[in-house]
Design a protein around this ligand. Structure first.
Ligand SMILES: NC(=O)c1ccc[n+]([C@@H]2O[C@H](COP(=O)([O-])OP(=O)(O)OC[C@H]3O[C@@H](n4cnc5c(N)ncnc54)[C@H](O)[C@@H]3O)[C@@H](O)[C@H]2O)c1
Length: 253
């Protein structure tokens, strides 16, 4: 018997990156998984990959984490197809770099809605089904930026601190129902979230040298460029959203 046999998990932002990796891991450990995202194509690919190993172990549902209606529909789908909810991974998130003086309200609110409100709505939606199931586990993706600051990430850091705070409140409230609530605080992980700012060919190993593992976790790749983060790229990469600002060096601890 596998560790999570008979368990049901809902994962947000599971079209790619860490969310997709969580979905594959949980399915490999025996859980049935509702893969959700706003990226339908990526979500379908995650499901296809899981079902190639374990047919029927995953299905996809579009879920914009900032939408109450989408949460209600996703919870209904879990009840209808899987009968129970045991694990929720609030993983969906957005990152944005901008110096404080140039950080637009629109970008602040964009991150607030997905990172912070999305996590709040997800936890709230899980209370009833997990209580009914006799307990469960909620895992909220914060960040090392939920523990300390870094230049040029005001909104991201604010939302990740908020996730840490609301996790503590929920853990204290829901423990008596058998629902565990934890936040996780990863350092840099090599996913598309980071690569949209650094470019695909930038060597991230200088950051890796500063952490215990000695490497940046995530996609394993050999550096194909002499550009490294943060030495060159962080000073030259363009912020790809509403802000015309150049990224200033995030000083990863
Ligand atoms: N990559 C890192 O270095 C790092 C470090 C610490 C914490 N994190 C956190 O881990 C989580 C996953 O990060 P990742 O690196 O895999 O990012 P990623 O950008 O690769 O994946 C994020 C996913 O969230 C989805 N998403 C965006 N807006 C959404 C919305 N409104 N509703 C539902 N889904 C939405 C995207 O489509 C995408 O599939 C995020 O919360 C991130 O803040 C990442």
């Amino acid at each position: 018997m596998t560790r999570l046999e008979g368990k049901v998990a809902l994962i947000t932002g599971a079209a790619r990156g860490q969310g997709a990796a969580f979905a594959r891991r949980l399915a490999a450990d025996g859980a049935r998984v509702l893969v959700t995202d706003v990226n339908d194509e990526g979500g379908a690919e995650t499901v296809e990959r899981i079902c190639a190993q374990r047919p029927g172990a995953a299905v996809y549902q579009r879920l914009d984490v900032s939408s109450e209606e989408d949460w209600a529909a996703a919870i209904e789908r879990v009840a209808a197809e899987f009968g129970t909810l045991n694990v929720l991974v609030n993983n969906a998130g957005l990152l944005h770099f901008a110096p404080l003086a140039e950080h637009t309200l629109a970008d602040y609110e964009r991150l607030l809605r997905v990172n912070q409100i999305g996590t709040f709505l997800g936890m709230r939606a899980a209370v009833a089904p997990m209580t009914e199931a006799g307990g469960g586990s909620i895992i909220n993706l914060s960040s090392v930026e939920g523990l300390g600051g870094m230049p040029a990430v005001t909104a991201y850091t604010a939302t990740k601190f908020a996730i840490r705070g609301m996790t503590k409140v929920a853990a204290l409230e829901l423990g008596e129902k058998g629902i565990r609530v934890n936040s996780v605080h990863p350092g840099m992980i090599d996913t598309a979230m980071i690569r949209q700012f650094t470019g695909e060919d930038t060597d991230l190993s200088p950051i890796g040298k500063k952490v215990a593992l000695g490497r940046v976790a995530g996609r394993r790749r050999s550096p194909v460029s002499s550009r490294s983060w943060p030495a060159t790229t962080a000073r030259t990469a363009r912020v790809p959203s509403s802000s015309p600002t150049e990224v200033r060096p995030p000083l990863m601890r």
